[in-house]
Ligand binder design. Structure first.
Ligand code: TA6
Length: 286
């Protein structure tokens, strides 16, 4: 961080659309489509680099949640490390791409000691017409293979989570840490309680579609491309759990649903030396 305190941001724009990314965590903190904010960031989010940013798109790597063996902080090291901005790598009239890099040498040495594997992450953020694409490359630059989990923790803005519908998970198996909502009898999921559900999605070609009931853009589609993202997490802490989350506070829970493509739990990935694993999501607003 230039002054040791305030993280820098990168903003990409295309006509009336924009995306803002903090180098801290390579966290996307805003995506606007024709001026409408599509992502949620908590009014109480800590933005000084002392804590993971509550909202936007935190990057989860190399563990999801906590791990009984790997004693890293919850969700790993990527979301709390300062990434290097590698510049704008592509720019056309309809799309612009900015690239961010993080390597094992630049993470906190105390964390590198806990998870001593050599890696290079490249995170490419592309703003297109009504779309935001984020691509994660995980390269093994070590001499032995290692395994990891990765996930893009999208906080999608909604006005009232009890009015939204989530499509695309009908045939997915899941476990729910909260056990609060029974399996849906419909081809969509509705919420009336907290949810913390990890789905295993065999068919990646089916997009997750969220009817957010907002306007003018009231539908958000999360598409997964390529190999890689076999997990899809849904999370909202609802009122009761929110009280314990200091950077969320009492009321903010009703303004988002987390829709998170990832490779976690059973979908954990192993990369060999010099191998690169790539996974990509495209979020579209309609
Ligand atoms: O992705 C869902 C989840 O793992 C939940 O279990 C919940 O803890 C959430 O992420 C937020 O985690 P955080 O460490 O950001 O408070």
């Amino acid at each position: 961080l230039p002054d040791g305190k305030t993280p820098r941001t990168v903003t990409l724009t295309r006509e009336s659309d924009s995306v803002e990314i903090y180098v801290f965590g390579a966290t996307v903190t805003s995506w606007k489509v024709a001026g409408q904010e599509m992502l949620f960031v908590s009014p109480k989010a800590v933005l000084d680099g002392s804590k993971a940013i509550r909202g936007g798109i935190p990057v989860v790597f190399p563990i999801f949640g906590t791990d009984p063996v790997i004693k890293l902080p919850q969700h790993g090291v990527a979301r709390t490390s300062v990434w290097k901005f590698g510049g704008v790598t592509s720019e056309t009239s309809s799309a612009v791409t900015g690239v961010f890099q993080l390597s094992s040498e630049s993470i906190d040495p105390a964390l590198a000691a806990i998870w001593p594997h050599k890696f290079k992450l490249t995170y490419s953020v592309t703003l297109g017409k009504d779309s935001l694409q984020t691509k994660l490359d995980v390269e093994n630059v070590d001499t032995a293979e290692w395994s990891f989990e990765a996930l893009l923790h999208n906080y999608i803005a909604v006005d009232d989570p009890s009015r939204i519908k989530i499509y695309g998970l009908k045939d997915a198996s899941f476990f729910d840490k909260s056990h609060a909502i029974p399996p849906s009898q419909h081809d969509y999921i509705e919420l009336n309680h907290e949810i913390d559900r990890v789905h295993t999605v065999a068919d990646r070609s089916v997009p997750i579609v969220v009817e957010t009931m907002r306007s003018p853009k009231g539908v958000v589609r999360v598409e997964r491309e390529g190999r890689g993202f076999d997990s899809l997490v849904l999370w909202n802490p609802w009122a009761t759990k929110s009280e314990n989350i200091v950077d969320l506070g009492r009321d903010a829970w009703s303004h988002f649903i987390c829709v998170e493509p990832g490779a976690v739990d059973k979908s954990k990935v192993t990369v060999k030396p010099r191998e690169t694993w790539t996974a990509k999501q495209t979020i579209r607003a309609a």
